[in-house]
Design a protein around this ligand. Sequence first.
Ligand SMILES: Cc1cc2nc3c(=O)[nH]c(=O)nc-3n(C[C@H](O)[C@H](O)[C@H](O)COP(=O)(O)OP(=O)(O)OC[C@H]3O[C@@H](n4cnc5c(N)ncnc54)[C@H](O)[C@@H]3O)c2cc1C
Length: 305
Amino acid sequence: MKLLLVAEYKSKKFLESNYELIAFADKLKADYVMFGVGDETDLPKCEGKIYLADSEKAGEYNPSLHKKLIAEVMEKEKADFIVLPHTSYGWDLAPRLSAELAFPQVTEVVDVDDDNFILPACNGKLWRKVSTGGKGIITIQGGAFNPENDYEGTPEVINLEVPSVESKIQFEGYEKAEAVGVDLTKAEIIVSAGRGVGKKENVENVRKLAEALGGELGASRPVVDSEWVEHSHQVGTTGQTVAPKLYVACGISGAIQHLAGMKKSDFILAVNTDKDAPIAEVADVLVVADVNQFAPALAEKISSK
Ligand SMILES: Cc1cc2nc3c(=O)[nH]c(=O)nc-3n(C[C@H](O)[C@H](O)[C@H](O)COP(=O)(O)OP(=O)(O)OC[C@H]3O[C@@H](n4cnc5c(N)ncnc54)[C@H](O)[C@@H]3O)c2cc1C
């Protein structure tokens, strides 16, 4: 199997997340070549080929042009799959490529199982297995295929001629979102509330434990969607990516989108009534208990010292 990995280039640099595309290829034990718009002085470290379009000419984002260049690389390489990150770059390019090449498209892939791609359904409560019959356009969810080791090597660069292409869309730059709420990325201790707390009032048990430990309150997405806690506290792919010294997951199952945001924490303590909850796979310590009993008891114990 051969993959064409589409690397993302933003604000004049290749993103670290491009290594997740390589990790995906490694998981499939597939050969790969890369496509990237960028600069030869700052390439992802890897073996193999990278088809490079000069960023001055190709622009950081120009959908019609990038689509044309990728289709050109496909002519040469005849890859079975084109793999893009599941980001606004990938979301925008994938359907364009799918229409251009008449390839089926599968988005938000979080795992692979034989010839099937696995993706979430019903807000991550169910999983779908999809097979595309051996060719397709894939977008992969951030954090789902983390590289286990640092990559080495310098790719062989094949410079692409950049033609001038009429485009209806003009890229005008990025606008930085206004910083609001809490910045969990700098917190050394985070105590997060999940749906297992049961109801809005019970979030206070978790908040008090966070206070007792001198940390910040985090939350899983259902807790935010239910408006029990503000979005700025959400940890995960659609929330913040954190790496505290201590992460306490209270009543959180450990769905891949949550894990993607917190699994780089130094020490993970999980409190869950279910000893088989997936969070147990990443937790250093799992306390099998009702969070609404455990959190206040621990907070009281810490405060009384
Ligand atoms: C595109 C997309 C993006 C997403 N982004 C995010 C994201 O950024 N962050 C995120 O968190 N999720 C995200 N999700 C949702 C994610 O898939 C899960 O649905 C979510 O993480 C589950 O949250 P949870 O663990 O709090 O709830 P649940 O999965 O419902 O788990 C609750 C857990 O609490 C335990 N429990 C129940 N009662 C108690 C009790 N009394 N005491 C202790 N434990 C108890 C249960 O055993 C269970 O393990 C995203 C989903 C999609 C599709």
